[in-house]
Design a protein around this ligand. Structure first.
Ligand SMILES: [Zn+2]
Length: 879
């Protein structure tokens, strides 16, 4: 459908802007997809009667259709469903065929029709046991005993498993859902309940009709659930959990109200539904899903119990902020097709970070987000990386487009860079007009760039498009020249940055650089050529070409400029220091800078205690320590690494100060864990002493301190300590605490005890709501016992991955397996296994996973060499 608004803005845009701006704006006609566009759904009326015990559902459906051209063929999606009594306007059709391989049903009418008609049928289908379509999740009730609840996960292509539908995002329609469930159950859907009728042991619940939306946003949850709720600014908020856990929703309930108020203001388009439910789903449901008006979360990322840590709270807030951003970017305005999944995900990730930072200044959130930016850049530096905007020909391949590093984190970093380039207010103005223009409809990338371009008066499409249409990012090299009075000019050059250095290809970007000289405010320079010159302060001043670490690119300084920056390092602006550490470490990895440059920065930290900078240093040391294991100079390196971080650890101590910010607590945890890993006997001894006290008085150790304490004790456990930890896990009343204890066991160094971890991970002592824990235990075990973990993993993959569903399993094999096991067996064997076990649809992901595995293996050799040389030269210098 081409609605009027869309036609108007397409015309306006073409009149005002160069032709290139208009090429790829959304149009229903040209949106990709498999379903024919000559028949479109206007409104669905779906009634289902699920039988959770039998894992079957029966239903009836009536769809009002617009035949846009005369045809006798109607085609839509279905999977594992049998349709009966198929009627058009109450009269039998000629024939119906369903093809589960194609996931399509074709209805042939007795004659061609056009205009408005109603297709109706009854049907039966399956309830899944994994989060795909309508699924049943078993769990242990807080008071003991087993129970089951029903919930849904439709994105990307699983609404068709619950009811036959036009299951592509551009087919927006109204949904009217009615369900019949046990009368004791609570029911939640996208919209408030319109009517509830009890008959015998059952209740039939009808929800209000939804707004016009995409099928992947349909939601329905039912079970023995309770909620906590509140109302603000005309919206009713509820947080739902299995009965007995509802009070753990109080923190999320408060945050949801704050976040919605902020977003109502940001978008200048108030949240359009009367209510917003947040639902905690136990079990293998991963992350969260932004269903309009009824967001589902894995219970671990929504509920906050007395056992939750600050990190748990941060996760809850930031994921809420992400899912709620989708209520606009995704639900109100939806990408036209799965190749623009990033439009949803990048934006939600960026706004969530911005909101989390704004509402919680003490969390120093952008510094935390630097870690996800780094992860994205590591993934994007692979020769096999892909563009953010990814071609998806068939919606069954949509899975490929959900890639947390590229679709989420790279996109987030790009939007942040663009916002800094055009300014916060102008950026928001562009977003507001995009939302206004595209509300209740779909969009493509160009719609967003056009809105931002019009708001800023800058050629945003030209700047932004290459970043999303091409893989990778630039390495900007900086070569300074000084004139006779000490003024500096720099020559800036760009080439694509690759993991292994390699040769530069022809890729070129328009790079909005932020340049700071000394401590001045940064200025923006758009690098839009292969080579460019600009003035850059005085030669003796430090220079940052990625001020505040806002940009998504790497910088390599010439030797003299790096020396000036290293001297000024302790007093550098935090963000500039972070960018320099990130880049120097990446350049070590790509072979374009010596390790000693990075270690020189680490040694110049002096008394500075910036948490993110120390995290970066410790992380690098941990990678080298792992590489050195088994090498002749291991002990020398471990002693060097301990000596570098010990003063910081001693200063922070074991106990949090009431005034400290969460990043300091995180740093303490990292330092203590690594000191334990690097065999620091004082740290291990103190952990044992504290654990003995904890056993006497569990309330004496805060939730925040517990995770690290238990991890250190678990790592160094003997049989008696292991048994104590195991007993704590089995006896835990609280799921968060239970998982913490089990995860501590999986860190154990003792090989005999490691075998016990395997038995535990495969046993049925882990309750069903924690059914992904077995897999996580085996992956964690890989750090200390790679081969044992690998053998267990391949011998028990069906059992371990049962909880994650077939899509999840494909991604675990293609993406996580190579990174977890690169050091467990020869890479050709690893690759052979992964190829034999990976479905075709994710073969690109596997190629990327294997490139990382090869890089890690090569880096290990290089790091040992470089670290040994550095230690030898340091010893020489000390003589
Ligand atoms: Zn998302």
């Amino acid at each position: 459908m081409l609605d009027r608004t869309q036609f108007y803005f397409a015309a306006l845009c073409c009149a005002l802007a160069p032709a290139a701006w208009c090429g790829a704006t959304f149009s229903f006609e040209s949106a990709p997809g498999r379903l024919p566009k000559n028949v479109v759904p206007i409104s669905y009326d779906v009634r289902i009667v699920p039988d959770a015990d039998a894992l079957r559902l029966t239903g009836t459906e009536s769809v009002q259709l617009q035949f846009r051209a005369a045809t006798a063929t109607v085609q839509f999606n279905s999977l594992n469903e049998t349709l009966n009594h198929v009627l058009l306007d109450g009269k039998p059709v000629k024939s119906v065929t369903s093809n589960d391989e194609q996931q399509l049903t074709t209805v042939t009418l007795t004659r061609p029709v056009s205009g408005l008609h109603t297709l109706s049928f009854s049907y039966s289908g399956k309830i899944e046991t994994q989060p795909q379509g309508l699924f049943a999740q078993k769990y242990t009730k807080p008071g003991g005993g087993q129970a089951v609840l029903l919930s849904t996960q439709m994105e990307a292509t699983d609404a068709r498993r619950m009811f036959p539908c036009w299951d592509e995002p551009s087919f927006r329609a109204y949904f009217h859902l009615t369900v019949t469930v046990p009368k004791a159950w609570a029911t939640v859907g996208n919209m408030p309940i319109a009517r509830r009728t009890v008959h015998g042991e059952l209740a039939t619940v009808s929800f209000l009709r939804s707004p016009k939306m995409s099928s992947y946003l349909v939601e329905f949850t039912a079970g023995d659930l309770r909620d906590v709720s509140a109302a603000r600014d005309g919206t009713r908020f509820s947080v739902w959990a299995v009965a007995g856990h509802e009070q753990d929703g109080a923190v999320a309930l408060a945050s949801a109200q704050d976040i919605l108020a902020d977003y109502n203001e940001y978008f200048a388009h108030p949240y359009p539904l009367p209510k917003l439910d947040s639902i905690a789903v136990p079990g293998g449901f991963s992350g969260a899903m932004e269903n309009w008006g009824a967001i589902t979360y894995n219970d671990r990322v929504l509920l906050v119990s007395p056992s939750s840590t600050m990190q748990n709270r941060q996760t809850v807030f930031s994921i809420q902020a992400h899912e709620m951003a989708h209520q606009w970017f995704g639900d109100l305005v939806t990408m036209g097709w799965w190749d623009d999944t990033w439009l949803n995900e990048s934006f939600a990730s960026w706004l969530a970070a911005k909101e989390t930072a704004a509402r919680n200044p003490a969390w120093r959130w952008w510094e935390q987000e630097d870690e996800s930016r780094e992860s994205a850049m590591a993934a994007d530096a692979r020769a096999t990386s892909h563009a953010i905007e990814q071609h998806v020909t068939n919606e069954l391949e949509a899975l490929n487009s959900f890639d947390s590093d590229i679709t989420y984190s790279k996109g987030e970093a790009l939007l942040r860079m663009l916002e800094a380039y055009i300014g916060e207010d102008v950026f928001r103005q562009g977003i507001r007009s995009y939302i206004k223009n595209r509300a209740y409809s779909n969009a493509a990338a160009a719609d967003l760039w056009n809105a931002l371009g019009q708001a800023s008066g800058k050629n945003i499409p030209a700047v932004a498009a290459p970043w999303i249409e091409k893989p990778g990012f630039p390495l900007v090299s900086v070569n300074a020249a000084c004139d006779s009075s000490g003024n500096r000019s720099v020559t800036l050059r760009q080439k694509r940055f690759l993991l292994n250095g390699g040769s530069a290809n022809a890729a070129e970007w328009q790079v909005p650089l932020r340049i700071r000289t000394g401590t001045a405010a940064p200025r923006t320079v758009l690098l839009d050529a292969r080579e460019q010159k600009t003035a850059a302060g005085r030669c003796d001043e430090p220079l940052s070409v990625n001020a505040d670490a806002v940009g998504y690119y790497r910088v390599q300084y010439d030797a003299d400029t790096l020396a000036v920056n290293t001297r000024a390092f302790p007093s550098a602006v935090d963000g500039d220091r972070i960018a320099l550490l990130d880049d120097q470490w990446a350049l070590v990895g790509s072979g374009e800078a010596p390790l000693q440059n990075f270690l020189a920065l680490a040694s110049s930290m002096g008394a500075d205690r910036d948490a993110r900078a120390w995290q970066q240093i410790v992380r690098a040391l941990a990678i080298i320590e792992y590489a050195e294991r088994g090498a002749p100079r291991y002990q020398t390196f471990a002693a060097y690494a301990r000596a570098l971080i010990k003063p910081v650890a001693d200063e922070l101590g074991w106990d949090a100060l009431p005034t400290e910010t969460p990043d300091v607590g995180d740093l303490r945890d990292t330092l203590l864990r690594d000191l334990s890993r690097w065999d620091d006997q004082a740290t291990i001894g103190e952990a044992r002493r504290r654990f003995a006290a904890f056993i006497q008085d569990p309330h004496g150790v805060s939730a925040d301190a517990q995770a690290t304490l238990l991890a250190i004790v678990g790592q160094n456990a003997d049989a008696a300590t292991f048994a104590q930890l195991h007993a704590l896990a089995k006896g835990a009343k609280d799921d968060t605490f239970m998982q913490r204890c089990y995860m501590a066991l999986a860190r154990v160094r003792d090989p005999e005890l490691a075998r016990q971890v395997v038995q535990i991970a495969l046993s049925d002592e882990i309750p069903p709501q924690a059914n992904t824990l077995g897999l996580r235990l085996i992956f964690t075990l890989a750090r200390e016992h790679p081969r044992l973990s690998w053998d267990t993993y391949i011998a028990n993959q069906d059992q371990l991955m049962k909880s994650v569903g077939s899509d999840g399993r494909a991604l675990v094999i293609a993406q996580q397996t190579p990174v977890a096991y690169w050091d467990a067996l020869p890479l050709d064997q690893l690759e052979g296994w992964a190829h034999a076990n990976t479905p075709k649809g994710v073969s690109d992901n596997l190629a990327r996973g294997m490139e990382t595995a090869h890089h890690l293996a090569a880096q290990k050799q290089a790091l040992v060499k470089a670290a040994d040389a550095y230690l030898a030269s340091a010893k020489q210098a000390a003589r």
